[in-house]
Design a binder for this molecule. Structure first.
Ligand SMILES: NC(=O)c1ccc[n+]([C@@H]2O[C@H](COP(=O)([O-])OP(=O)(O)OC[C@H]3O[C@@H](n4cnc5c(N)ncnc54)[C@H](OP(=O)(O)O)[C@@H]3O)[C@@H](O)[C@H]2O)c1
Length: 340
């Protein structure tokens, strides 16, 4: 394989795209040519990369000529439009959207878990939903040792998970609230400032929302195990970055809490932060965890409502491990396995 790779970033001006560019820098990804792409609205803007101002261009059918890796972080509709063109042009697409995740010929990869799945791609590799990634990062190491039968998860998802305009809406609504101005909403169907919204995505015939079904079916695909049952309630909260999750796991066999901690402490990409001393807690919170790469776990305890139950609290940066970092780790895995 080449030493350097020509990279296109579609959605370079977006919440994930911007973090992705900092990850390329931080992890010294071997970038040859870099193409920054977005919509027509962003044509001519500049974004800094390794000290240079790189111009953004409109994404078109010819954007992918001579590109090795196309990292796509746009809505599912736009991904469906451009990913096949990028593949046709010879690029390997690593896609952040939900467009291709459940297709049988598209690997859905969290490198710490199913990195070898990158080997059977057909030109597109998907990254899972941000809330799924952080949950499977703690499920997988336990599941390997003691099969997990059932998971009940409640999420507390940051507004940046819904994109740049959603993050700006929280800031604007908060300012308007204090200035007693009328509160407008567009990115969310109701006011998010000083509120929580117990629905993310469309409501489906199952009674779950789209986001909740992603957590169910993506988990089974990543863990290669359709027998794991998952029930999720996904909630948007007025937090800028980093998603939190309360996870309740039912395992096949009893497991000592000390062993649970040992397994999680040894799992790549997972950090335990579970301190209680002199009446005060040091636990994962969005403000503490924002900007980091690991999935943080705290409040590890027995779930006494079921046999062999464990409960825990996790927080991870949705823009990093939940999106940009996971996408880049996939590319690193592809390079390592020489399977572009
Ligand atoms: N945010 C997260 O935490 C997160 C986590 C995991 C996965 N994802 C997924 O990642 C994708 C991007 O999310 P985001 O949060 O970064 O959204 P975002 O902040 O709204 O950014 C959207 C990006 O799409 C670009 N775009 C819009 N229309 C386009 C077009 N016709 N052609 C080319 N580019 C176009 C925008 O460019 P302009 O600036 O020119 O409009 C912008 O760069 C989504 O599929 C999302 O579900 C997001």
């Amino acid at each position: 394989m080449a030493n350097k790779f020509n990279v296109a970033v579609v959605g370079a001006t977006g919440a994930v795209g911007r973090v992705f560019l900092t990850m390329l820098e931080e992890r010294s990804f071997p970038v040859g040519k870099l193409k920054l792409l977005a919509s027509k609205r962003s044509e001519g803007k500049h974004i800094s990369f390794l000290g240079q101002q790189v111009e953004v261009h409109e994404t078109t059918a010819s954007s992918f000529d001579d590109i090795d890796f196309a990292f796509i972080s746009v809505s599912a509709d736009i991904s469906r439009q451009f990913a096949p063109i990028a593949v046709e042009s010879g690029a390997l697409v690593i896609d952040d959207s939900s467009a291709f995740r459940m297709l049988p010929n598209v690997p859905l990869v969290v490198p710490e878990i199913n990195g070898s799945d990158v080997e059977w791609h057909d030109g597109i590799i998907s990254i899972p939903n941000c809330s799924t990634i952080q949950m499977v990062m703690v499920l997988y190491p336990l599941h390997k040792v003691n099969p997990i039968k059932r998971v009940v998860v409640d999420t507390f998802q940051a507004v940046s998970g819904a994109g740049t305009s959603a993050a700006m809406e929280l800031t604007q609504q908060t300012a308007d609230w204090y200035e007693e101005k009328p509160i407008k909403h567009e990115a969310f169907s109701e006011q998010i400032a000083f509120n929580v919204l117990p629905f993310i995505g469309e409501l489906l015939s199952s009674g779950y929302t789209e986001e909740e079904e992603k957590m169910i079916f993506e988990t089974q695909k990543i863990l290669h195990d359709k027998s794991i049952s998952v029930s999720a309630t996904c909630v948007r909260v007025p937090v800028h970055s980093a998603h939190s999750e309360a996870i309740h796991i039912e395992m096949e066999n009893p497991m000592d809490l000390r062993e649970v901690r040992q397994i999680l402490a040894a799992a790549p990409g997972v950090e335990i932060l579970d301190e209680y001393k002199d009446g005060s807690y040091k636990l994962p919170t969005p403000l503490r965890i924002e900007g980091t790469d690991e999935v943080y776990v705290g409040r590890i305890r027995r779930d006494s409502s079921v046999p062999n139950g464990i409960a825990m609290w996790t927080v991870a940066d949705n823009l990093r491990k939940g999106a940009a970092l996971n996408a880049l780790q996939i590319a690193e895995e592809v390079i390592r396995r020489d399977c572009r």
